[in-house]
Design a protein around this ligand. Sequence first.
Ligand SMILES: Nc1nc2c(ncn2[C@@H]2O[C@H](COP(=O)(O)OP(=O)(O)OP(=O)(O)O)[C@@H](O)[C@H]2O)c(=O)[nH]1
Ligand SMILES: [Mg+2]
Length: 457
Amino acid sequence: MFDSLSERLQDIIAKTSGQKELTQENMQDALREIRRALLEADVNLRVVKAFISNIKDRAEGENVLRGVNPSQQLVKIVHDELVELLGKEAKHLDFSGHPNLIMMLGLQGSGKTTSSAKLAIKLKKEGRNPLLVACDVYRPAAITQLETLGKETETEVYSEDSKDVQSIIKNAINYARENGFNTLILDTAGRLQIDTDMMAELLLIDRVFQPAEKLLVVDSMTGQEAVNVAENFDEQLNITGLVLTKLDGDSRGGAALSIAYCTHKPVKLTGTGEKLNALEDFYPERMATRILGMGDIVSLVERAQEVFDEKTAKEMEKKMAKAEFSFNDFLKMQSQMKMFGSIDQLLGMIPGLKISKDDRQMLSHEGEKQLKRIEAFIQSMTPEEREHPELMNSSRKKRIAAGCGMPLHELNVFINQFEQMRKMMKGFSDVKKTLGGNPNKAKLTAHQMMKNMRRFR
Ligand SMILES: Nc1nc2c(ncn2[C@@H]2O[C@H](COP(=O)(O)OP(=O)(O)OP(=O)(O)O)[C@@H](O)[C@H]2O)c(=O)[nH]1
Ligand SMILES: [Mg+2]
């Protein structure tokens, strides 16, 4: 459903990817386009305004991160704001009450009856024992429809040949208690528009039975009107959550994205098809990643945020530039790299870096093997030696070799190569810098990096 919005956002971000830094000017362009994309996708105007203003504030306030480029950082900001917009954390159904009551409400045709049956299947899978209750006593075929769905889903349906909804629910509760059902799904009647009769009935059910869940079922295809309807229902009934149906449809979907923000109520479930297993829990995080389609970049930036603490990185860069890089610095850097994941994973996450899988694995394998040997070597040194590579002499080398069980000549090779290693580290910092810019250049530098690695074998 969000395909076109998704494409638009990805295009906008791709446009910023050649830039070295996000200046106020090019940020403004990006924001203007994001705004337009959201409006075209039918996102509510209020939501768009808040969204853009939040992105702007964050982009201006955020430090430049090492290891990622500004466009990747923008992806992360847009992603986080989308998560925020969609309700931040997943909220699941409330199963309190004996029995537990879940009331489905909404306009005609929004998908209440279908979603009730889908929910029954889902709850059974989760080990609950649901009973469907036919509360739509107005539409002639409503009860038959629910009964058919009950057969298909092998769920018992409670219905009565009566127009008194209150008494039906009361009897259904007794029936459930006697027959071991722990959740009642109340399939209520829909109207073309919100009217006073409908509201009065729902309010009465709410007051008398106090269902744990009052789920407003909203058809995602209905556009901005859905936002108004949801706000209206919520004002009068204080709903507990939303079910967004027909997310499999081909409309723009922006309205559906706006409802959680406008009502401050969580989307708890989504309907994604006509089949009866097409009902899913809603996860703001997953939905945001789906819309933006850039999960890898988001996790790259998150890890960079965790790993690269600004100060250490600056210190190291200075040392590298002056070739004062010590064995300790090497260990520190290596532990940061490890937090990033394997070299293979790291290379795989860098967008635009096109090296073949074989090359990547070779690079990663060689790199990791080499790093392990150097690590063992350094760990056998005294603290002083680690800080001052120039202290190395033949008796120290003998001791260290014995300590880590490596032949002396290998240690000699290592020490001779330590200078080269500093160069390689410097090379790696250049790769990081280059990756902030042109991906084609990055490709070239990755080749240089491989050459460096080969020299170490
Ligand atoms: N594609 C798709 N169709 C859906 C979905 N949910 C419901 N529908 C369809 O929407 C139509 C209306 O669904 P119902 O469940 O009868 O809606 P309702 O809210 O109970 O309608 P009333 O009882 O008349 O108020 C049916 O044809 C369903 O198959 C969904 O997630 N995806
Ligand atoms: Mg119905």
